[in-house]
Write a protein that binds this ligand. Sequence first.
Ligand code: NDP
Length: 313
Amino acid sequence: MRLDTLGVDRSVSVLFPPEVLLETLGDLPVETVLIDGDSNTDSNTTERCDGVVTFEYRPSLLDASWVHSVQAGVDRFPQERFREANVRLTNSTGLHGDAIGETVAGYMLAFARRLHTHVANQREKRWSRPEWDEPWTIAGERACVVGLGSLGRGVVDRATGLGLDVDGVRRTPVPEPGVHRMYTPDALETAISDARFVVLTVPLTPETEGMVDADVFAAMREDAYLINVARGPVVDQRALVRALEDGGIAGAALDVFETEPLPESSPLWEMDEVIVTPHAGSATRQYGDHVASIVAESVRRIRAGEDPVNRVC
Ligand code: NDP
């Protein structure tokens, strides 16, 4: 594959300024250019790029030979079309473990130590101590981490460090350091049934879409919290709202939703035991630099006739 010109699509600005990438990649032996999906020159510009680094998918990207997603999830990229057009697709998995791990640890600590309630009270200038039996400590509690890749690893490391006992779910049930019992997806309901925290870190695929449904909520403990940092459609959101309203589970921390931004009409905004974050669980000021390191290695490999890093198809 020829790689002389690399485009950085302006859509990456959802996560970091494109200039960060352009600057860091400036030393590569390829021409790097900013391309703009909204401008009329889009397809022309994309056409002359051999590779494109992007947040968004649009059909004109298939004019390139290689497309790199600045996200780990590529559920918005039609892989069949990439295969048909013989365009290589790569993703940014591997970057998010630390940031997501810390975000998930933050959710867990907030629920146990009641920090979200204290912040809500502070907004109202209300001095209100919790009931004696409300606060708890997470040490000794059990978490079940569903998906044990880059995100899952980051979560397991923080959770074990905080004294939780961790179980895991993945399709290939190989032993994983720090994971006590490993289950396969067909045993999901058993796996999550005694967990205080159920943490979702799977990709969105036909198998994982809707995998957390009413049956799974029914199998969860009533004092359990769901934490979703994967993708919204992994959870049946209506079933989640019902489980929260009926007291089937204690609460949820949600970074991702069926529809993003979360519509104003969603009852999730108003629930005391729900923490809503705006798909920002992996955000960090180092994000652009981390993506640049993956892209630089892929450029090196492609120019050496090798496969790029994190090839999806
Ligand atoms: P990885 O590919 O590193 O890991 C995915 C894990 O999920 C693997 O352990 C895989 O193991 C497991 N898995 C896949 N299918 C299933 C299934 N059906 N049931 C149970 N486990 C399954 O991906 P990442 O950890 O980098 O990212 C995971 C997802 O998280 C991304 O696809 C993205 O959607 C989301 N994400 C969200 C972010 C945010 O900001 N909130 C940031 C980054 C990612 P096995 O193959 O053995 O099943």
